[in-house]
Ligand binder design. Sequence first.
Ligand SMILES: [Mg+2]
Length: 183
Amino acid sequence: MSKTAVIDIDNTLWEFSDALYREMKKINDACSTPDQWDIFNIWERYCSLEDFIAMINTIHHNQDRDEYQPYPEARNFLSSLKDHGFHIIIASHRTLETTDPTERWLTRHGLPYDQLHLSHDKTVLFPDVDVVVDDLPRTLEKAVENGALATGLLFPWNRAHVENGFKLFQNLDGVLDYILMSS
Ligand SMILES: [Mg+2]
């Protein structure tokens, strides 16, 4: 039976935080750089919730622009999982209106997947999955609660949570090795 992996997009397949920083800087020049974002809701210091949501939507609607490149390891990461028999669900917290640019981006960069799940709560998938790759501590903790193998990339905003049952790595090659070794 094939195993299922739920793979996040932002800060998992590409450096979303850099794009967010550039948008936030337009609104508030005092915004700190992503290497100092040691809590997830750091944006609250620099903009309103409305601004924050608008910035995220802008980025997602423009996902397919030239400068939004996936990590160099992203394609091999996904194709290796497929080669090892994983059913891949790409799951991102974004609106359904961003489906087209998201699909175009995945196709353009040759990122293989079986299913695309865009919603405001990807954790609905977790009871039936084997592996969850994400950068948000609360998402990873939910995956652990559901008995999934939880892992992702290490960032300032998740560093303090590494003891909570999931493993974080510097790049996707490390994440891939960990998944293949553990499953
Ligand atoms: Mg993410």
